[in-house]
Design a protein around this ligand. Structure first.
Ligand SMILES: C[S@@+](CC[C@H](N)C(=O)[O-])C[C@H]1O[C@@H](n2cnc3c(N)ncnc32)[C@H](O)[C@@H]1O
Ligand SMILES: Nc1nc2[nH]cc(C(=O)O)c2c(=O)[nH]1
Ligand code: SF4
Ligand SMILES: [Mg+2]
Length: 242
């Protein structure tokens, strides 16, 4: 059976971001990304620094490890990366989760399509703003969102754009107005994702969160949007695998 490159399996924890923030979940983090965002908080998945920790695992081995870690205490698994959408064979893992009545959440930037997206219960598309240094291929994103909308999966997807500055904010608005029917989340960016000084980080993130809330509050062109922090960083700072 074909293998999946896995960097982290952890949980139970809470989903710290986006459409199901607060949800109790297990996490599976795959290796490899087709992007290289300037501020990526999981750059060990693609910059070579996590290379030694990559495990080539079968879908069944991942499932067994999730059960060993989470026991009977979970019904939700979040797949993130890197970009899990690089991996066609995740479908075998998804089938195992579905067979076991586990709800599935996926984090991806929306640069690549996979047929197994149809099986994701909470699919977060997170196109990247200018500060990332990446360029969004909007034709690709149109195709992904179009496919899911046509298959009546609209209620299973959301858009989440990370904001570091005014230019990112303008980009986020452009994305929201392009897909007005898709639930939209602004997420505050963490520009210090390596520090271990939790108190200083928290203070900084709270200030930035307030800055972003104020922008949205006084922006009449934005009505039906949500503004969120990365909740897990407020609790555990930049700690990995939480
Ligand atoms: C590490 S990425 C992995 C999934 C996928 N590659 C993506 O970017 O959507 C998971 C989420 O973390 C967000 N993220 C990455 N670095 C961040 C940072 N420094 N501050 C806030 N959010 C960040 C991404 O935008 C994405 O929504
Ligand atoms: N608790 C927690 N919530 C998260 N939401 C998205 C994450 C990610 O790195 O994709 C993440 C993560 O790493 N931890
Ligand atoms: S797309 Fe996601 S994993 Fe890839 S570099 Fe950007 S934030 Fe990191
Ligand atoms: Mg993260």
């Amino acid at each position: 059976m074909s293998k999946i490159p896995v960097l982290e399996i952890f949980g139970p924890t809470i989903q710290g971001e986006g459409m199901v923030i607060g949800q109790k979940t297990m996490f599976v983090r795959t290796a490899g990304c087709d992007y290289s965002c300037a501020w990526c908080d999981s750059s060990f998945t693609w910059d070579g620094t996590g290379k030694e920790d990559i495990r080539q695992m079968s879908a069944n081995e991942i499932w067994e490890e999730l059960k060993a870690l989470g026991g009977d205490g979970f019904s939700f698994v979040t797949i993130s990366g890197g970009n899990p959408a690089l991996l066609k064979n995740i479908s075998t893992f998804i089938n195992i989760l579905q067979k076991n009545q586990i709800k599935i959440c996926l984090e991806t930037q929306g640069s690549l399509w996979q047929e197994w997206f149809y099986k994701i219960d909470e699919l977060t598309l997170s196109p990247k703003p200018p500060s990332s240094g990446m360029t969004t291929d909007f034709d690709r994103l149109d195709t992904i969102i179009g496919n899911l909308e046509q298959s009546e999966r609209k209620q299973n997807i959301s858009l989440k754009v990370v904001i570091f500055n005014d230019e990112d904010y303008q980009y986020a608005k452009k994305v929201h107005f392009r897909y007005p029917a898709i639930p939209f989340f602004f997420q505050i960016g963490n520009d210090d994702s390596k520090t271990s000084d939790d108190n200083q980080l928290l203070e900084k993130l709270l200030q930035k969160y307030e800055w972003l809330i104020n922008k949205v509050m006084f922006d009449d062109s934005l009505k039906d949007v949500k503004v969120l922090p990365q909740l897990h960083t407020y609790i555990w700072g930049n700690k990995r695998a939480v």
